[in-house]
Write a protein that binds this ligand. Structure first.
Ligand SMILES: Cc1ncc(COP(=O)(O)O)c(C=O)c1O
Length: 445
């Protein structure tokens, strides 16, 4: 029964590293999202779909750095090219051909007529929002509960609270700031709305439409269990934004170049006005971009501000140029979909034999396992799932050499390098044994 293949994780160096790190890094990390207290993990290295922590524990990586690693860690095709290009100098605050090539690739693969590079997804959404405000002359932004658009002030409203009641009344949600330090003047310009609810969105537009610059949307809720849009939702949002003269921004930081070569816009057959990209475009290097309609993008450089010392730096541009051409010219995405489907099929069979309900949210390259026949359609629905069971299974998988995100809100990510029988088998058996162990523990009370 469950637990037979359990191995004990070594934790000695992790504990020592945590003690050392917390003296100089708040929470012992460079990001709040990685600060897991005593459980904070310190990585040594990665190769393909595997990672090793500082204690030498080996894991099949299903987090992939929250999504960017689309090919695999330390992919030699990308790394060798980046190494070659970076030897010619990295930062000039002048424009290189590598950058032009990235913009050509983005415009070739997506609906965008033009694009500009940034260093992070945060900067990409910040600039897209500013551009939408500059274009429309309006201040307000509509965003959806449970969506994460980075760490600038305008993005940190009604994100992913642990207690969904904090979002307030569903028909009139509060503007819930994620942490202190966000001015009320900023908060007042953001209108949070539950996802997948066109009627509420229409009410918001009828009340305040002439003040709304844009709707920013994660086409699949990549930070909330991979919740998918219902039939016609994106088309409905597209129609509403057009009706009221607002722009539609697809935040494709997680979905871009992952769910299809042309991202979620291609996958769902909906053309937004602007989009933001990051993660998969650089296979883990800090490359990001925003782009869209020529008439909007043409407000740059004269009328709307965008810049950055490191925007388009050689390392990021070379990484993006190489990664995007691999995604364009090879079957990498098809391989990822096939691997994701295979894992889903095998997990589904295991869950069914235990007599439990099961669904998968998201898409095969980025999905969550939900122990329910009904999947959530908005962030508030996440709280109604059997997340305690997921948490126990995820923790068990770590002990057995597979590393999904411990938080049930974050999907599992698949990369090209997962396409190996031994790795898929390891993920599936770690899941199976962990599920049995979790069910046994539950039965024991
Ligand atoms: C949808 C989405 N938008 C924006 C961001 C912010 O990107 P970054 O972490 O590169 O600033 C993220 C990060 O996870 C994201 O998932």
């Amino acid at each position: 029964m469950g637990g037979r293949s359990m191995r004990s994780l070594k934790r000695d160096r992790r504990r020592g590293t945590y003690a050392r790190a917390t003296k100089v890094l708040p929470g012992g990390t460079n990001s709040n999202w990685r600060a897991w207290g005593e459980d904070t993990v310190y990585v040594d290295r990665g190769q393909g779909a595997l990672v090793w922590d500082v204690d030498g524990n080996e894991f099949v990586d299903l987090r992939l750095g929250y999504g960017p690693v689309i090919l695999g860690h330390a992919d030699p095709r990308v790394d060798d090219y980046v190494a070659e290009r970076m030897r010619t100098g990295v930062s000039f605050s002048l424009t290189s051909e590598d950058e032009i090539r990235v913009a050509e690739l983005i415009t070739n693969l997506t609906f965008c007529d033009m694009a500009r590079m940034t260093v992070s997804g945060t900067e990409a959404t910040m600039h897209a929002i500013r551009l939408a405000r500059g274009f429309t002359g309006r201040d307000r932004i509509v965003k959806f509960e449970g969506q994460y658009h980075g760490v600038h002030d305008y993005a940190l409203i009604s994100v992913v609270p642990n207690n969904v009641d904090d979002l307030g009344d569903r028909d009139n949600p509060v503007r819930l700031t994620f942490g202190r330090g966000i001015p009320e003047a900023v908060t007042d310009t953001v209108i949070p709305v539950p996802y997948n609810d066109l009627a509420t969105l229409r009410r918001v537009f009828e009340r305040s439409g002439d003040t709304i610059a844009a709707v920013i949307i994660e086409p699949i809720l990549g930070n909330a269990q991979g919740i998918r849009p219902g039939e016609g939702f994106h088309q409905g949002v597209r129609a509403l934004t057009k009706e009221f003269g607002s722009l539609l921004i697809f935040d494709e930081v997680k979905t871009g170049f992952r769910v299809a070569k042309g991202g979620a816009a291609e996958y769902f057959g909906v053309t937004p006005d602007l989009a933001t990209y990051a993660k998969a475009m650089g296979n883990g290097y800090p490359a990001a971009a925003f782009g869209g309609r020529r008439d909007i993008m043409s407000l740059l450089p004269e009328r709307v501000s965008h810049g950055g010392t490191y925007a388009g730096n050689r390392v990021a541009a070379a990484a993006a140029g190489k990664t995007l051409s691999i995604l364009r010219d090879t079957d990498a995405l098809a391989t990822i979909v096939a691997t994701g489907k295979r894992i889903q099929r095998e997990l589904g069979a295991i869950i069914a034999t235990r007599g439990l309900p099961c669904s998968f949210t998201g898409v095969p390259s980025m999905f969550s396992v939900v122990f329910s026949e009904i999947v959530p359609v908005e962030y508030r629905g996440w709280a109604e799932m059997d997340n305690a069971l997921y948490d126990a299974v995820a923790a068990g998988m770590w002990e057995r050499g597979a590393m999904p995100e411990p938080d049930s809100r974050e999907p599992w990510f698949i990369c090209e390098a997962h396409a190996r029988d031994d790795l898929v088998d390891r993920v599936v058996s770690a899941f199976s044994d962990s599920l049995d162990a979790a069910l046994e523990a539950r039965a024991r009370g």
